[in-house]
Structures are given as C-alpha cells and as structure tokens.
Design a protein around this ligand. Sequence first.
Ligand code: PPS
Length: 575
Amino acid sequence: MQRTTREPIDAVKTLLVDEKRRSELKAESIHLPSWDLSFRQLWDTELLLNGAFTPLEGYLKQEDSRGVCEEMRLADGSLWPIPIHLDVSEQYAESLSVGDRIALRHPEGMVLAILTISDMWKPDREAEASAVFGTTRMDHPGVRGLLHETNPVYLGGKLEGLELPPHHTFRQLRHTPLELRAEFARLGWNRIVAFQTRNPMHRAHAELTRRVAAEQGAKLLIHPVVGRTSPGDIDYFARVHCYQAVLPQQPPGSTMLSLLPLAMRMAGPREAVWHALIRKNYGCTHFIVGRDHAGPRDADGKPFYGQYDAQELAQKHAEEMRIQVTPVEEMVYCEDRGEYMQRSEVPAGARVLNLSGTELRRRVREGIEVPSWFSYPEVIEELRRRYPPRARQGFTVFFTGLSGSGKSTIANVLVAKLMELDARPVTLLDGDIVRKNLSSELGFSKEHRDLNIRRIGFVASEITKNGGVALCAPIAPYAATRDDVRRLIDHYGGFVEVHVATPLEVCEERDRKGLYAKARAGLIQGFTGIDDPYEAPENAEVVIDTAELSAEQAAQRVIHFLEKEGYITSESQKS
Ligand code: PPS
C-alpha cells in the first residue's frame, strides 16, 4: 500500500562553497601546489563534493581511517565502512607539510577543490586490505587496486569545493543528491527504492525491481554505477543503452534512471552498507541488496564472501542508516509456469531455466539466439554491438623474448601475412623502433624498461580498442608489467602473448648487433640475459623457439592460433 508520509531522510552536506568564497579560492589556487586527480580519486572527490558521501567533510584523517578500518566508524562514532583517502606519491608528499593547502585538479586541468592537509601518513595497506576486504589476496580486485594501484602516502583533511567535474556523456541522466531529491519532490515521490547495478538488466532484474517496488509501495530508482566497477564488466555506455531499453518495460511513471559516478571497491558486505548510505544521501528510502552484493569471484568462479553476508551486514545497520534494506532472493524463470519467481517459491519438481553469464557472452559473441524469456531483444542487440565476434574485434600480439631471439623478424613476417589475409589495419610496435621515437629518452633500468612497456601497452590498447591489430615486439623482461599490459588490453579485445623462447646461447651465438659481445666484455651494463633478468612467461598463448623454426614457420604458428581462436576467419578476410 502506498504511504503518503515521507520517510525521514537526513540532510546531505555538499562541500561546494558559495560564489564569493569560490572567487577567493580561485585566486588562491594560482599560488598553491597542484595534484592531478586519477580517475578513482576523481570519482571519490565528486561524491565528496556533491554530498553523496555525507557525513564526510573531506578525505579521512588518520584517526577516522583507523576507526573505519577497525570498526566501520569515524572518530565521532558515525557509521562509515569504506576508507576514502587522497593517496599521493612519496616524492610529492616530501614537498608538503601538515597545514598546507593543495589544489586538486581534474584531468582536463581545472581546479575542483582545495584540500587543507590535516594528516599525512604512510599507511599499512595490507592491514587496510585485511580489514576492509577480509583478505589480502591479489585476485580480489579491491585488494589489487589498494595494494597495486594506490600511492604510498595518504593525505587527510577538509575539502572546499569549487566545482563538480563536468560530464560529457548522458548529461540528462546525471544528478547530484540534491538534484535527485528535488526531482523526487517535484514528482511527489515519497518512497523510493534504489537498485544498484554494474551489469546490464535482463528480464529477471526488471521483474525483481518491479516486485520489490510493488511490495514496498515505492517508486523505483535504477541507479547504476558508471565510475569504476569490476574488471571485465561491460562499459557503461553499452549498459546505459541497456537500461534505457528496460525503462519502457516498467509500469508507466514508476521508474527513474540516474547514473552514479562511484568508484566501487567490490568489498561485498561493507560495500553494501556503503551503497545504502550513499542511496540514503540521494534521497532514497529503500535499498535492494541481492545475493552476494558487490562480491567479486576468483579465477575459479568462487565468491570471496558468503552469499548472504552483505544482506546481513546491511540489515544490521539499516536502522542507524535510516534507509530500509530490502533483501531479495535470486529470481529464476520457472518454465512450467512461464514466469519469473523467487527460487524458494518454485513448486517442487517444476523446471527452472537458467543462463549463466559465460553462456550469455558466448551466445552474444557467436551470434547464437538468446532466449526471449531471458532478456529483451533491444538489450541483446546492444550487447551484440558491444561484443562483436572476435573476427571483428581488435587484438594485440605481444612478442616477448631475449635480444636476438627473433621477435622482430617474426613480427615483420606476421605484419605482411596479416595485411594479406585480414582487412583490419596492422601497426607494428617493434622494440628498436619504439626506442627511437616513443621512448627515445629512456635507458634500460627496471624503471625505464617498465615505462617503455607501459607506453607500448597503452598505444596497443588504443589500437585494439579501435578495432585494429597491434603487433608489439619488445624484450619486456618483467612478468608483472606484461600482465598489466594484458589486463589493460584484454578489456578491449584479444591479447595474445608470444614467447620467443630462443635459448640465450643461440641468441648470443647469432649476436647480429654485437651487443652480447659488448655485454660480455663489460662495455655495456645491464644487458638482458647477461647481467639483467628475463622472467620467462608461464602462460604465453604461443611459445616459439627460432632455433627450431624459421621466421616463416613461426609466423604461421601465430596465424594458426589466431584462426583457432576466431580472430581471423574467412569472413574477416579480404575477398
Ligand atoms: S625492454 O627491456 O623491453 O624495454 O627493451 P626493448 O625496448 O625491447 O629494447 C631492446 C633493444 O635495445 C637494445 N639494447 C638492449 N637490450 C637489452 N638490454 C640492454 N641493456 C640493451 N641495450 C641496448 C637491443 O638491441 C634490443 O633490441 P632487440 O630487438 O631485442 O635485439
């Protein structure tokens, strides 16, 4: 039954200053040191400034951070489950003192806020990972983000906001908490149930949200995350088109779509509490928490958290959060009844149909029909656009191996063959060529080699993203850096690592450039394989030993792999 009275919702606190203060801060910012916000920091900062992270008034101080990690509480006792810091490099931190003010800049250059540093410390990030994620396993994306992609010094302190980051996409679907509250008030919506999602919505989700809204006598806010989600998730452009396709399926006047620029941590139970608090700040009265909310899975598909841990923790704190947590069960399609039902409602012996995420992706990629009980044709069409078959995706072939192993020779043969066979544009990023232009100022220290490989990886990812073929042929001696490049690229298309595993003795024997002789004579230092490491890949897609194969045969082996995996087919070949 629809209630008419508005549920109590606490005020939100935006950190944006008034016009007068803004001009003063703008003038001051010219003289302040700047920090360029990374994307994650930008998303955190936007939600601090617009009030979505109320009661926070800036980045956590050390005492608050300790409280959040240990007890999910700020020093004043308020509930807050996820630490929000400004992490900076050691070098940058050395130029700062507590009490300093710094200007935080958007990647496009404008100053978004000024931070007054009240705390600066080197955190124990392993301890933070254990507390927040309950694990330090690097295959947990939140742990990985914290331990691998976070700077080593934390700054805490209050923020004064000058402006919110601009959004150039889906502007009509962007709202601050105050704007969304005003919109709800204008529509006369008193009870609003928020649905958090980082995936496309199919029929089960539409059915579930419709049900909850009806049961609670509430309107529905579809509130997808469009900041950082989990690696491998579908990009938000495609997802937003999917949500827009689902809207007409909901009862008229019952549903709103708004995009949330949140950087998720995938912290499962703690994340559910965080999501509920954020939705309360956006003016919602109810929040749906499903099975394994914001819970990642490991490589074997095993979840990191118990299926109902998130529901339990969020419900435990619901009263204090002043938002009603609505736990939901899994919805399944009961074939005998021809409708969606909660799993526990399915009559004994009735047939339940299911389609796993992996099977859905396979069908989408391979152009196989997706049953109409599962999704809407518009959603599937959008997914097919986003996941073209491999023959229409870009891909990178990443050769790695010792100097003189034959990487460039094979890569050159492969360029010619691909240009003959396939319609996609091919770019060769050979080690030597890259070092003459893209990385001309770099040497061969570990730091410079890593930077060199990251630059190559970045260019290759752009080529792959745009449907082209990138062939890279550097030594790339470090496994972790190669893995980072793989992660960067396989989000956009194919990544094929080819280990040119020609033994050192053979490379040295060939010594076409005379560099091994020089290295042995001590005329050059830090030469890979002689007095510098080479970490051989353990899981390369293709392994080639040019002591046994000609360049032509080696290139043919790569072509076979590309054909077997569907990157090259008769369809993609020029007629
Ligand atoms: S790395 O480690 O991936 O950044 O190296 P890369 O960019 O592929 O550059 C390797 C080429 O530079 C020449 N060269 C050296 N290689 C290794 N170690 C040292 N110290 C060094 N100094 C110069 C060498 O010719 C490599 O070319 P390739 O084509 O691999 O033989």
